[in-house]
Design a protein around this ligand. Structure first.
Ligand code: SAM
Length: 404
């Protein structure tokens, strides 16, 4: 199968090799808009993708398995495109066209390798929060004509209203258009096919949110049940996130640990488990406000709520530690080689992690944080409750748990 990238300039913009592939095809699959770009002389049977597209991919490939098949993709098929999806099903021969990001960078004079690309196509625009850093250049792939206004509002509310914002629409077509404003002054109307280039400029006093774990406690909405900044930084460090890995944050509270795990890399995923409805609502709001709206929330209590969740690479237990079966369920579910981190605050939870440590090993660490605070006219140390942190790596091979 050949996947042909096509631009807004249609047939006229295709390289000879792409034209030959389409001319030789027996079946061409694409969106109605893409199929309409083909000349009448292109005699192949034309099949439009149904909606939703993903469930249709495997049956459609099977139905045309014995034919010379071409699939049309917009721009570069391997850049947020159908080509990457098809490559998971079958061997593909890809003929790329410049992507929307390549064209936008060409128009902006930006180095493509230095921009952060955020797609809002079928994804929440709040993902942009974690890409806003002073001096960063961000390209937003738009969902449609309403996206520029949503981006302008989010960027301005985050304290980057002065950022130059350029909306490039219908790139590569005769209708190509470029509108410039700042995020705070954006008021344009554009076609649905657009990308947005944001050059991040922080307003004076803007709250900056670096990607490293240990964000200030007050960037979270919380009711006091939050793993405090210093302990959180050490906790995420102990969890040791790697790109693509999945965390269970059990007893998520405000969601801070799962959120900071997810902010380490756009491919890191987290499931927050929280039984209290008010806290679960906060987890959702915090995740959206801090740029990881795709964090999955399970409303329920462990261990029952853990059944049927996908296998984690790491588990953090911040609540429900002494509830019967919670640590056992986490340990059992963890993939071999995965990490478990349990923060114990009470004598009872400390006794439990000590038993687990004796049974399966790992490291026990005592964390004690004091913050300077006013005492009358003086300043003194205000000691937070000490925390016993147990970190263990599940051995590869046969089951090695204990009876608790
Ligand atoms: C100390 S807070 C965790 C703080 C959290 N790591 C944060 O930074 O926001 C403990 C949380 O565990 C939750 N919890 C208690 N028992 C639980 C259980 N069996 N399953 C899941 N969560 C539980 C509580 O509702 C509370 O929100």
């Amino acid at each position: 199968m050949t996947v042909v990238g096509v631009g807004a300039d249609g047939w006229a913009g295709l390289a000879p090799v792409a034209r030959r592939a389409l001319a030789a095809a027996e079946v061409v699959v694409g969106s109605t808009r893409q199929l309409d770009l083909l000349p009448a002389a292109c005699a192949a049977e034309r099949v439009a993708w149904p909606t939703p597209l993903l469930p249709a991919v495997a049956p459609l490939l099977a139905a045309h398995a014995d034919k010379r098949l071409c699939v049309l993709a917009s721009g570069d098929p391997m850049f947020f495109g159908i080509g990457a999806t098809l490559a998971r099903h079958t061997a593909v021969h890809v003929l790329p066209h410049p992507s929307s990001a390549s064209l936008a960078c060409a128009r902006m004079g930006w180095a493509l390798d230095r921009v952060t690309v955020v797609s809002t196509v079928a994804r929440p625009v709040e993902r942009l929060h974690s890409a806003l850093h002073p001096g960063s250049r961000v390209l937003v792939l738009s969902e449609g004509e309403a996206t520029p206004a949503a981006v302008a509002e989010l960027v301005t509310a985050r304290g980057f209203g002065a950022s130059p914002m350029t909306v490039l629409s219908d790139l590569g077509s005769p209708d190509e258009d470029v509108l410039r404003a700042t995020a705070a002054t954006w008021a344009g109307r554009v076609s649905p096919l657009n990308v947005i280039a944001v050059e991040c400029v922080a307003d004076p006093g803007a709250r900056l949110l670096p990607a490293v774990p240990g964000l200030p406690d007050d960037v979270y909405e919380h009711d006091g049940q939050i793993t405090k900044r210093e302990v959180r930084a050490l906790t995420v460090s102990s969890l040791a996130p790697e790109p693509g890995q999945l965390l269970w944050d059990v007893g998520a509270g405000s969601g801070s640990v799962g959120i900071e795990w997810s902010r380490v890399d756009p491919t890191c995923r987290a499931i927050a488990v929280e039984p209290r409805a008010d806290r679960a609502d906060r987890v959702e709001r915090n995740a959206a406000a801090l740029g990881v709206p795709e964090l999955r929330l399970v409303r329920g209590a462990a261990p029952a709520a853990l059944a049927d969740l996908p296998t984690p690479d790491a588990v953090f237990v911040g609540g429900g530690v002494t509830v019967d079966g919670v640590v056992d369920a986490c340990w059992d579910a963890l993939r071999p080689g995965g990490r478990v981190v349990v923060n114990a605050v009470t004598l009872e939870s400390e006794a439990l992690v000590a038993r687990w440590h004796a049974a399966v090993g790992g490291a026990l660490t005592r964390l004690s944080v004091a913050r300077a605070a006013p005492i009358g006219g003086f300043t003194g140390w205000r000691q937070a409750m000490p925390i016993t942190q147990w970190v263990a790596v599940k051995p590869a091979g046969p089951e090695s748990g204990e009876d608790q």
